[in-house]
Design a protein around this ligand. Structure first.
Ligand code: PEP
Ligand code: MG
Length: 755
């Protein structure tokens, strides 16, 4: 074996590449020269550059060491051979014995058989692999981590050369799918309802970097620090000035974001990249590319969102360093549909909110920080629209249907017409519902049905008054916890709950204790998702194991009430004993508060959510202890049918109007009525007029729903006669049909009930 050549640091190599790049030569001769420079600097017999072309093909564009005839002739599919493997996984691959790797394929035209070792590194640009750079040695050489890192730095420079030089047409470096000019419908996940029509504005976060290789790392580190300081000042100004930022959770979101700007790990990675010879902007860019890649590989929604925040920050620092401004953002049409892969909350606020009609993201989720801020702007938001950025062009007309989580790109004239019709109908319906705001929610035969809203953010509470709802039937306390960077202490929680009660102005509010764990991760607790998060260590199971959390929450609620009535509800109760333990913790807190001179609630109601079927066989014991019950139909249906509520394939599989679900409700209401314990329904079904009609017919007298459903459900209640409906239900409830939906719809039609 020959001796292993010495490790070469990347700075000398980068400088040599910079000299080539600075020359007047065309792109192809530059590439030819660069492969020679790399090969000699890395003491490798071979250096080759493959460029990704349309159709996921990697074409050999330049080589030192392989047969020159193979250039522009050797092509590999992404995933084919070692080079294809590097591109497919977007990860470096270093092998001392390449030919024994399972992905190795032999291409005789290249003449590569004598080379044993292989190092391939992806060239990344704008989150995509634009090519692969490879070195090969005859010996079985072990490329070490430093050499791989050096190549990654070089690859980043090469990616810019390939992407920005016209070597291949720009369309080829951005993947496209399908025929881009035909109308298309794309589906996603709802993050906020509503509809909009407008022009697509693709949020560009690309910043042109002219200088990649640094003269002096010290100067570059200083430039980075200055840019960071300016970014911090700008963020302070932005968050301080926006009236939005004054509202509770938004502050938390923005604080979290600010925290990321000071994230030591992120900054250190940038500093390391600069120390290896890149300019400050190229260093930020390199770390950004890696972050984008990690984002593509991470499935945990919380982590993905945090990485999106880092992406947002990287762009801000780049704009600062390059002196470019986000000029395009000023030129927003009046009806902008903002389209992006994902963005951070501050990026959204860079746009004029008055001109934004909707936000559509290829990634993201309903709980992403940007979605929370967008909801505050009251625009429809759709997340996880697959293929969005490859199917849509800047300026395309887009209809966004947030209610059905769909977008229509380049809609036909008919579709636009029907959008306008739909808008008119909505406006008319809104008008009708607005008129119902103060009308009592009472059936034709005089039964009062209490209509309440579900809330989770302080900004939801004004809806209570806007809709004329009776109260908040479900306040999901975990939502404010989820958007914070740190665990809120008793004082912070007290302030939050007090504000909710103040804003409710005496209308009842039911606070549900923390329903976290499983897939609802808190940023500051290590989560243990397990194999079945919905069935895992979550909600009461978690808070009873960590009673301090529950105690603190109870203390905060009691203090926030400060003598006012208080209603508390426990989620995911699976056995009565859990309810009793939770209640005992609350009772102890009351004793403590009283001793400490605090004011106790004038009236205290403690209830349980019925969402785990096991409770249905413990009703007498539960009803003897609980002041009220609330059916969480989302989880109850998921557990009754063993059907993941978040799985789109199962979304229509079982129906909430299945006779099984309705019989469960009937039996529960019967028992609860006998015990004199009120029952409400607070899952999604309560907000759908047809479902709400069935529930009312079964004796449910309180419903809690998203605010926008209050009007439609009230219109249904006011048109309803209970007796005929109850009689009708008796005749169909024992059926073994999949669903009673069609029959109930026919009943509503026959009885002129708007559903
Ligand atoms: C439910 O499960 O129906 C419910 C209201 O709770 P969540 O949707 O928060 O789980
Ligand atoms: Mg639930």
């Amino acid at each position: 074996m020959q001796p292993v050549p010495p490790v070469v640091g990347p700075r000398r190599l980068l400088r040599r590449i910079r000299d080539v790049m600075a020359s007047e030569a065309e792109a192809q001769p530059k590439l030819d020269q660069i492969v020679r420079v790399i090969a000699s600097d890395m003491v490798a017999e071979v250096c080759s550059i493959y460029v990704q072309r349309a159709g996921e093909v990697l074409e050999l564009f330049a080589t030192e060491g392989l047969n020159p005839e193979a250039v522009h002739n050797t092509r590999l599919r992404v995933g084919e051979g070692l080079v294809g493997e590097v591109a497919a996984r977007a990860q470096p691959l270093a092998l001392a014995d390449a030919q024994s790797h399972p992905a190795f394929v032999y291409r005789p035209e290249t003449g590569e058989d004598p080379y044993h070792s292989f190092m391939g590194v992806p060239m990344l640009r704008q989150g995509h692999v634009v090519g692969v750079v490879v070195v090969q040695n005859r010996t079985q050489r072990n490329y070490d981590d430093e050499e791989v890192e050096a190549m990654e730095t070089v690859a980043m420079v090469l990616a810019e050369l390939v992407g920005g030089s016209g070597l291949v047409s720009p369309e080829e470096t951005v993947p496209t799918e399908g025929n881009a000019v035909l109308p298309v419908r794309l589906d996603g996940v709802q993050a906020n309802g509503g509809v909009a029509l407008g022009k697509a504005i693709i949020h560009r976060s690309d910043v042109a970097i002219r200088q990649l290789v640094a003269e002096d790392p010290e100067t570059e580190l200083r430039r980075l620090d200055e840019a960071l300081a300016e970014v911090h000042r700008n963020l302070d100004r932005m968050f301080g000035a926006r009236e939005l930022a004054q509202q509770g959770e938004h502050r938390d979101v923005l604080e979290t974001y600010r925290m990321f700007a000071a994230d030591a790990g992120w900054l250190n990675r940038i500093r390391d990249a600069i120390a290896s010879g890149l300019t400050a902007e190229a260093g930020v860019q390199q770390v950004r590319e890696n972050t984008r890649l990690r984002m593509a590989q991470i499935t945990d929604p919380y982590l993905r969102e945090r990485l999106a925040d880092l992406e947002d920050l990287a762009v801000r620092v780049l704009l600062q360093l390059t002196g470019a401004d986000a000029g395009a953002r000023a030129e927003l049409p009046d009806d902008a549909i903002l389209v992006c892969r994902v963005m951070g909350p501050a990026e959204l606020l860079d746009y004029d909110p008055k001109k934004l009609r909707a936000l559509v993201m290829e990634e993201g989720s309903a709980t992403a920080h940007v979605s929370i801020v967008a909801r505050a702007l009251d625009i429809p938001v759709i997340a996880q629209v697959k293929g969005l950025l490859t199917r849509l062009r800047n300026g395309d007309i887009v209809i966004v249907d947030g209610d059905n989580a769909q977008i229509f790109v380049r809609p036909s004239d008919d579709a636009v017409q029907s959008f306008h019709d739909n808008l008119r109908v909505r406006a008319a319906r809104r008008e009708v519902f607005a008129q119902l705001r103060d009308a009592p929610s009472v059936t034709q035969d005089g039964a009062a049905v209490s209509l309440n809203i579900n809330a989770g953010l302080e900004l939801d509470v004004p809806q209570l008054h806007a809709t004329g709802a009776d109260g908040i039937g479900l306040f999901r306390t975990e939502i404010p916890f989820m958007v914070r960077a740190t665990y809120p202490d008793v004082a912070a929680q007290t302030a939050l709950y007090r504000n909710i009660l103040d804003q409710a102005e005496g209308k009842p509010v039911i606070f549900r204790t923390l329903d976290v764990g499983g897939d609802k991760a808190l940023p500051y607790f290590a989560s243990e998702p397990g194999e079945n998060p919905a069935l895992g260590w979550r909600a009461m199971r978690m808070t009873l194991d960590r009673p301090a959390m529950l105690r603190q929450q109870m203390r905060a609620l009691v203090r926030a009430a400060n003598g006012r009535p208080l209603a508390v509800m426990f989620p995911m109760i699976s056995e009565v004993e859990e309810f009793s333990r939770a209640r005992a913790i609350l009772d102890l807190e009351l004793v403590r508060e009283e001793k400490a001179g605090g004011k106790l609630p004038r009236e205290l109601k403690v209830g349980a959510m019925v969402e785990v079927p096991s409770l249905l066989w413990q009703l007498p014991a539960l009803l003897a202890r609980a002041d009220f019950l609330s059916i969480g139909s989302n989880d109850l249906i998921q557990f009754l049918f063993a059907s993941d509520r978040g799985n789109p394939r199962l979304a229509d599989r079982y129906d909430s109007l299945s006779p099984i679900v309705l019989r469960v409700v009937r039996d529960l209401v019967r028992e609860a009525d006998k015990a004199g314990v009120p029952v409400s329904v607070c899952g999604e079904m309560a907000g759908r007029p047809l479902e709400a009609m069935a529930l009312t017919g079964l004796g449910v007298r309180a419903l809690s729903m998203t605010a926008s459903s209050v009007g439609p459900v009230k219109a249904m209640v006011r048109a309803l006669r209970l007796r005929p409906l109850a009689d009708y239900l008796k005749t169909v409830l024992d059926s073994s049909d999949h669903s009673l939906r069609d029959r109930l719809r026919a009943f509503a039609r026959d009885h002129e009930i708007p559903v």
